[in-house]
Write a protein that binds this ligand. Structure first.
Ligand SMILES: C[S@@+](CC[C@H](N)C(=O)[O-])C[C@H]1O[C@@H](n2cnc3c(N)ncnc32)[C@H](O)[C@@H]1O
Length: 271
């Protein structure tokens, strides 16, 4: 596949995917390889940065709780400054730039400055992290809809959420007890399955299972980044827990009777 060439004086907002460096899109990787400047977030996998050109200037503007490397205004200024110098700039953001990623704010700032930009969607942690934990967000007869919310601050009106279906909560692990209590108070059964997935899709993936009644106790000590899945689909994990983080590949015997064992053999891929 021919890579379209990168344009100078342009900013590319590229979704890096949720953690596993191979979950970036082909377009995103092609741009990363050609960029003069890469402005990246904290959650972007270091191996992905190794794909940047050796002559590229890498700038870490990552925000960690309690450690603000750069304000959003500073990030906007950096993007505009390098683009105006005629550089090809990749703004590499965790997951998808437009899912709790402040990508829209960066687009508006670039538009106001007259800087051309392109948005390259990424695979959001909201869908990929549950997938690597063996949780389909929808499942026939179990859940016909899913809702993605942030657990951060007071951004969500818990009363407005559907009483049925799957709830995916990003940035909520530090308020897990409060969130679980709010959901039970608004009608979700205390026995509803919940999974909390920490550093999903990577070597360090760790999953805590529980219910709305006990998940806060079970997941005590889990720090961000974590994705919370609430709903009956979280209970399907027991049968679909396919990903072995220690090997970064499918488990060899996931199902009773090892029903699909031929599919679990590593396959050589032609270069
Ligand atoms: C600021 S939001 C950015 C979301 C991102 N734009 C996306 O589409 O995935 C960061 C939150 O995403 C979730 N997250 C990101 N990477 C994750 C990972 N590898 N495992 C679990 N949750 C993750 C966590 O809830 C984290 O606090």
């Amino acid at each position: 596949m021919m890579a379209r060439p990168i344009l100078r004086g342009t900013v590319y907002l590229v979704g890096a995917g949720p953690g596993d460096p191979e979950l970036i899109t082909v377009r995103g990787l092609n741009l990363l390889r050609q960029a003069d400047v890469v402005v990246h977030d904290r959650l972007v996998h270091p191996e992905l940065l190794e794909s940047a050109s050796p002559r590229a200037h890498l700038i870490d503007v990552g925000k960690a709780p309690g450690r603000h490397t750069c304000s959003q205004d500073e990030i906007n200024r950096i993007l505009i400054q390098y683009a105006r110098q005629g550089r090809a700039v990749v703004r590499l953001k965790g997951g998808d730039p437009f899912v709790f990623g402040r990508g829209g704010e960066e687009c508006l700032a670039l538009a106001r400055a007259g800087v051309p930009y392109e948005v390259v969607p990424g695979i959001s942690s909201a869908i990929a992290v549950p997938a690597y934990a063996g949780i389909p967000l929808t499942h026939r007869g179990v859940a016909g809809q899913f809702t993605v919310v942030t657990g951060h601050g007071g951004a969500v009106d818990w009363n407005s959420l559907p009483a049925e279906g799957t709830l995916v909560i990003l940035m909520g692990v530090e308020r897990l007890g409060e969130i679980a209590a709010a959901l039970v108070e608004r009608g979700r059964a205390a026995g509803t399955p919940v999974a909390v997935i920490f550093t999903g899709t990577t070597h360090a993936q760790h999953v805590v299972d529980g219910t709305l009644a006990d998940i806060a106790d079970r997941a005590r000590g889990i720090a961000p980044p974590a994705t919370i899945v609430v709903g009956p689909v979280a209970g399907l994990r027991a049968g679909i827990d396919w990903f072995d983080p220690s090997q970064l590949r499918p488990r060899t015997a996931t199902l009773p009777g090892d029903a699909f064992s031929p599919l679990h053999q590593p396959v050589k891929v032609a270069a």
